[in-house]
Design a protein around this ligand. Structure first.
Ligand code: 6PG
Length: 419
């Protein structure tokens, strides 16, 4: 995997929490299997953790399939205010996650070394039970003002560890000055996705050094099997990142949300995610806002009625408002086959655009034949084309032909949106 960092810049720490939750929920929505998330400690994630226990995020996380781990902890009892696991359990884990899905570092052991050895064994047992490597699906991390991440402090043996997955850290270099237990860089890298959360002007200086690739633990942390994403609020963005975060991305002035529409099989998710990555927008699957009843109907091959759709469409419109009002530009995939559905989604906003993915029924049927694990029953394709009303001239929409590679479709979309 290339050691490349993606950067997403949002307005403030609340928007940071939203963007991180949106990314986490999207990644989870793509997986039908058990999911492993490694949490970070510190203060930055607290807002995100508190929101996980509230609507709409509580409903969007498949708690029965997610296992929760901790990237590092202070060697204190979990009822100590300094405890990372105590913080996470109080903010959301105890209220939302099955108890046997919560795998925190046990700091009631005799020593940090004993605690580290036990946690390493727990992680290795977990990997043996998983569908296969890597160890985690998402690893959340922070970065300290000295460039540490987890409890891996610059120049420490722990930060140089190449074999063990979990180590004791007798001496913390920054407060709280208590012994720690920490996953190592080789272990933290065993993930599909790594998301750093950094907020506040006090992080600007260290982020400049990280993005200059100085020899710092936070600069040496990368996902081995997927993307390494740095989510920053505006206050934390240093000059060498601001240029990177904005120049390489096409300017779409006046566009805050993009709805990717089309029949099932048109490629909404693939193209929507690729477009969001190219633009530095958040990405969401509109389907994650369906009620379980709707999903069951679609699994059973029963077409949804409009009564089924209205709450779903209004939930998506609310999600657009919520993100955009926090300064998080968004791409969201939603079939939106009829004009009346799109009117609900756009709901009078002038900063929303619709992208219609157009393809012949034969092409789309071939896409569907090759797609596994999705709940849309291919026999519903006919009813989708019957219901489809292509965007009218007075709608804020562009049409692109999907009979071309994804990269070309994305370029086509950006060209048309910039006109
Ligand atoms: C810890 C954390 C630590 C944290 C950074 C950033 O145990 O303290 O795991 O690595 O992520 O110090 O902390 P803030 O988010 O509070 O700035």
């Amino acid at each position: 995997m290339p050691r490349k960092r993606s950067v997403i810049v949002v307005n403030d720490v609340n928007a940071l929490a939203e963007a991180a939750l949106s990314r986490l929920a999207d990644q989870m929505a793509k997986l039908e299997r058990e999911i492993a998330v490694c949490l970070t400690g510190g203060t930055t994630p607290k807002r995100m953790y508190a929101m996980m226990a509230q609507s709409p995020w509580r409903e969007r996380i498949p708690w029965g399939r997610v296992h929760w781990f901790m990237g590092d902890d202070r060697f204190v009892p979990d009822d100590d205010p300094l405890s990372n696991s105590g913080m996470a359990k109080r903010l959301f884990l105890d209220a939302c996650a099955p108890a046997d899905h919560i795998h925190m570092i046990d700091t009631d052991k005799g020593s940090p070394d004993g605690s580290a050895a036990d946690y390493e064994q727990l992680l290795r047992n977990h990997l043996a039970q998983r569908h296969g490597p890597p160890l985690f699906d998402v690893v959340l991390l922070g970065a300290g003002p000295d460039g540490h991440t987890a409890s891996l402090f610059p120049g420490s043996p722990a930060a140089r560890e190449t074999e063990r997955w979990v180590v004791a850290v007798p001496q913390a270099a920054v407060a709280p000055f208590v012994p720690r237990v920490s996953l190592t860089l080789p272990c933290l890298s065993l993930t599909h996705e790594m998301i750093f959360l950094c907020a506040g002007a006090e992080k600007k200086a260290i982020l400049e050094r990280v993005f200059n690739d100085e020899d710092l633990p936070a600069a040496r942390a990368f996902a081995s099997a997927g993307e390494t994403i740095w989510m920053l609020d505006q206050a934390a963005v240093p000059p060498n990142v601001r240029s990177m975060a904005t120049d390489r991305r096409p300017a779409l002035s006046g566009i805050a949300a993009i709805i990717i529409m089309g029949v099932s099989g048109a490629g909404k998710s693939t193209i929507g995610q690729a477009l969001a990555d190219r633009l530095g927008f958040a990405y969401e699957e509109g389907d994650t806002y369906h009620t379980q009843a709707n999903i069951a109907k679609m699994h059973a091959g029963v077409a949804l009625t409009d009564e089924d759709r209205w709450p779903w469409l209004h939930a998506i419109a609310a999600a657009i408002d919520s993100k955009v009002d926090k300064g998080i530009p968004l791409v969201i995939a939603c079939s939106a086959l009829r004009r009346v559905y799109r009117d609900v989604l756009v709901h009078g906003r002038s900063d929303v655009r619709i992208v219609y993915l157009k393809g012949t029924e034969g092409l789309i049927a071939s896409h569907l034949k090759n797609r596994k694990g999705h709940f849309m029953n291919p026999s519903l394709l006919d009813s989708q084309f019957e219901a489809l009303e292509e965007p009218a001239a007075d709608e804020p929409a562009v049409t692109v032909d999907v009979d071309q590679p994804v990269a070309s479709v994305v370029r086509d979309i950006i060209d048309k949106l910039q006109k």
